[in-house]
Design a protein around this ligand. Structure first.
Ligand SMILES: [Fe+2]
Length: 290
């Protein structure tokens, strides 16, 4: 967290600043993030998806530091990011905020050919061979103590079109969204306001894998869709210290391959160990094999 100037704290940021210094700074640790990041980049994945939050209070310097971290993960062609609720903490001119991450938040050529990006920028689509990433933004500015999100009718409509189009192409569709998308996964104060309607769009058009953050815990749920069972996965924070209340920092690795008439998808969880000095394989599970 960069030092905040007094004038930057006249807003919701004041509440967040107090929260940070009273507790969050002891929970979210740079050294933990560095450890996890090092393990992740050493394993040389084909692609990295970051589902937010990347900053705390939305201070201009935080956005620059987050951009540096994204750059450390890899070039924009190999890293996709979406914003979380903290990334829209206060209304900030885009040039001073998420615009710093723009190269990580736009379609690639393959995705653009299939689904052109709307003027509102979300959802954008990236295609990598048999796999398509559909990236949503659920980040909205809210009142203090509220961490809710919303996809909105415009994005929901575009999401439906994109899913149906990519489904017709026979691609493995991965939706990225910061807030947990299923109804009941988070309460009114911090949940997705249009979880029901967003879930309906995914059910009606089909999706294979949905990845989200926000809840800081590992969850694996299933969603029955028109094209089969989708897996909905939440992952803990990437910076959570081992002794915190929430599960320690973790990321998940997904191996996705086409099979005869279906898909195989295996998840490997990589967690920061209790001693806090190394990362280990804490879970391995085949999510689908059909
Ligand atoms: Fe969040």
């Amino acid at each position: 967290m960069p030092r905040a100037k007094r004038r930057d704290l006249f807003s919701k940021r004041m509440v967040g600043y107090v929260n940070w210094h009273r507790g969050r700074k002891y929970v979210h640790r740079r050294e933990v993030l560095n450890l996890l990041t090092h393990d992740l980049t050493e394993r040389k994945p084909d692609h990295i998806a970051v589902t937010g939050d990347l900053v705390n209070l939305g201070l201009p310097d935080e956005f620059i530091r987050a951009a540096e971290w994204l750059h450390h993960l890899g070039p924009p062609a190999r890293v996709t990011a979406i914003p979380g609720n903290h990334d829209a903490y206060v209304r900030l001119h885009p040039e001073r905020g998420t615009r710093h991450w723009q190269p990580y938040m736009e379609s690639n050529q393959g995705g653009e050919l299939l689904v052109p990006t709307p003027p509102t920028l979300f959802p954008f689509v990236r295609r990598f061979g048999d796999i398509a990433i559909i990236a949503l933004s659920s980040a909205i500015p809210t009142m203090p103590f509220i961490a809710a999100g919303k996809v909105g009718s415009l994005q929901r409509g575009l999401l439906g079109d994109a899913l149906s189009r990519l489904g017709r192409e026979g691609l493995f569709r991965v939706v990225l969204i910061h807030h947990p998308p299923l109804p009941g996964q988070a309460g009114w104060h911090r949940g997705l306001r249009d979880a029901g309607r967003t879930t309906s769009v995914m059910k009606q058009n089909g999706v294979e894998l949905v990845l989200h953050g926000h809840n800081h815990e590992q969850t694996i749920l299933e969603l029955e869709t028109v094209s089969g069972t989708a897996t909905v996965i939440g992952v803990p924070s990437a910076s959570e210290a081992v002794e915190g209340r929430a599960p320690a920092a973790r990321y998940n690795e997904y191996a996705i391959a086409r099979t005869d008439g279906g898909w195989r998808c295996e998840m490997v969880g990589r967690c920061v160990a209790a001693a806090g000095e190394h990362v280990w394989e804490c879970e391995r599970r085949v999510l689908r094999e059909r």
